[in-house]
Write a protein that binds this ligand. Structure first.
Ligand SMILES: Cc1cc2nc3c(=O)[nH]c(=O)nc-3n(C[C@H](O)[C@H](O)[C@H](O)COP(=O)(O)OP(=O)(O)OC[C@H]3O[C@@H](n4cnc5c(N)ncnc54)[C@H](O)[C@@H]3O)c2cc1C
Length: 490
């Protein structure tokens, strides 16, 4: 007999595991999360949160708290730019203002908030929505059969063990996923191209910003390639370093043998001055890679987040893509678990998310090559797509991506945002269930909730006539549009 029975076991309780638990709770599914660490993230890591992720956070009620916390930590609407050094010459502005020109596309804004500040908000909401979270707990082994997964867990401090029986298991166990490895699922792609480091430091670097509002500062000089993120009040931050020396023939093994003095030398080279007292707080070693798992599913086990795709942190897509995996999977698990859909619905997780994951990995790689590693260009890379195509315009209809202004509620694309009143977006009408947004003259009966939209701009924004309607899935993607009754959602 298992010690614990739960519909869904989530392995890994960092950004994507915690989001999975929160979203499962939102769709009415109980989950158990086991996380090796003793608490939520201690390292900042991901910070750039896209509008789409904020839309997902809005759905589950954490958008406002995330915005408030973000404003405590980072300048809002900063630039993403390249410099020779923070004190020195500016090389390029990749994004002049984080939200300029994109506010019409969403009720939400892009923000910066580090994982160490974001995860506690997600944790609190996941618990409110019924998730059970066990920290300092390792999933040590598992087996699966046709009706579920049996996993063995162990508390790191007490050594206490337990057996968990779950109908489904979500592997949110990161880039070095042992679940993926155990399942024999290979990573395919461009491999590893740097042994990188993140140097966390303290020091009064505010004067070097010279009043500039900067969210990400790429550093490109003969000593190093990498990027800074600096937190309010500009006395702490990190420098990620992905290559050293000659830009044409760089040393991409930054981490081997790196000493504290080596870290200080890199910081001085990136700051462009060596007279600011600095303290190295921590050094994190990680690999820059661009790979996608060959499968996102094995039986009753699903890969999400970095266990499914690992990309360089150029574009800030990694964690966001994982949250979007979690949303795509959570509602499907909910439907199947409550018998509202056949298990075949779960096949669509990999069908929809794997191509999007692979596309996003390639886009992060293209930004890496063009912004920091031109020496890789000779090996080829995909053309850089518009940021909005990647962040808001990923599609499930075979096209992969397009600008969100183009989709006009075509099935397989994200339902477009338009303001219906000062504070109500079309996206706020979407809920835990399928909903139908209907133009004024649409006539039929259906078992899903219908919102009749009288706003004159609605039919054009959603690409329909005044007699048509649009059926939208619980994850905000369009399932159908047309006249008459929509197909049954079961
Ligand atoms: C310098 C840097 C900057 C970045 N910036 C951004 C950004 O701005 N925006 C963005 O979207 N992404 C960014 N990323 C990427 C982002 O950090 C990752 O994509 C994200 O952390 C992935 O989350 P995850 O939950 O899938 O995996 P992880 O964060 O790796 O979490 C996996 C968790 O699983 C736990 N675990 C593993 N095995 C077990 C087990 N057997 N039992 C129990 N627990 C287990 C681990 O302890 C860990 O906490 C950045 C990355 C780096 C390195």
């Amino acid at each position: 007999m298992p010690d614990i029975e739960v519909p869904v076991l989530v392995v890994g309780g960092s950004l994507v595991g915690m989001s999975s638990a929160m979203l499962l709770g939102h769709y009415g599914v109980r989950s158990l999360v086991v996380e090796h660490h003793r608490g939520t993230a201690i390292h900042p890591r991901a910070a750039q949160i896209t509008q789409r992720t904020m839309e997902i956070f809005r759905t589950v009620g954490v958008e406002q708290i995330v915005k408030r916390k973000s404003a405590e930590q980072f300048v809002q609407d900063g630039a993403i730019m390249g410099v020779e050094s923070l004190a020195g010459k500016e090389v390029a502005y990749f994004i002049a203002n984080l939200n300029e020109g994109i506010r019409d596309l969403s009720p939400c804004e892009r923000v910066f908030i580090s994982q160490s500040l974001l995860e506690p908000q997600l944790k609190q909401r996941a618990e409110e929505l019924g998730a059970e979270l066990r920290f300092a707990t390792e999933m040590t082994s598992f087996e699966q059969d046709s009706s579920g997964v049996t996993a063995h867990i162990k508390h790191r401090d007490t050594g206490e063990t337990a057996t968990v029986r779950a109908r489904y298991m979500i592997a949110a166990d990161g880039a070095h996923s042992r679940v993926r490895e155990r399942l024999g699922i290979r990573m395919l792609g461009r491999g590893v191209f740097s042994n990188s480091v993140t140097i966390y430091f303290r020091g009064d670097v505010g004067p070097l910003l010279r009043g500039r509002s900067l969210s990400v500062i790429y550093v490109i000089n003969p000593v190093l390639r990498g990027f800074f993120r600096i937190e309010i009040p500009f006395t702490s931050g990190f420098l990620a370093v992905i290559a050293l020396g000659d830009p044409e023939h760089p040393n991409t093994d930054v981490s081997t043998g790196l000493t504290d003095q080596g870290c200080l030398d890199l910081l001085h080279a990136a700051l462009g001055v060596d007279d600011i007292p600095l303290k190295i707080e921590d050094v994190m070693r990680w690999q820059s890679e661009a790979n996608t798992a060959e499968r996102f599913r094995e039986g009753n086990i699903f890969l999400v987040g970095d266990s499914a795709h690992v990309m360089p942190p150029y574009g800030g897509f990694g964690g966001n893509t994982g949250v979007q995996d979690a949303q795509n999977l959570a509602w499907k698990l909910a439907w199947v678990l409550r018998g509202a859909a056949s298990p075949g619905l779960l096949d669509t997780y990999e069908q929809e998310r794997r191509p999007v994951g692979e596309f996003t990995v390639e886009q992060a790689y293209s930004r890496y090559v063009t912004r920091t590693a031109p020496y890789l260009a000779s090996k080829g890379f995909q053309p850089v797509a518009h940021d909005m195509n990647v962040e808001l315009g990923y599609c499930y209809d075979g096209r992969l991506h397009e600008h969100p202004n183009e989709s006009k509620a075509r099935p397989g694309t994200r339902a477009p945002h338009m303001w219906l009143s000062e504070d109500c977006s079309t996206l706020d009408l979407l809920g835990r269930d399928f909903v139908l947004l209907a133009a004024p003259e649409w006539k039929a009966t259906t078992d899903v909730q219908v919102h009749r939209i009288t706003h004159p701009a609605f039919p054009a924004a959603y690409g329909i006539t005044s007699r048509e309607a649009v059926l939208i899935r619980p994850d905000g993607y369009v399932a159908w549009r047309g006249e008459g009754a929509p197909p049954t959602t079961a």
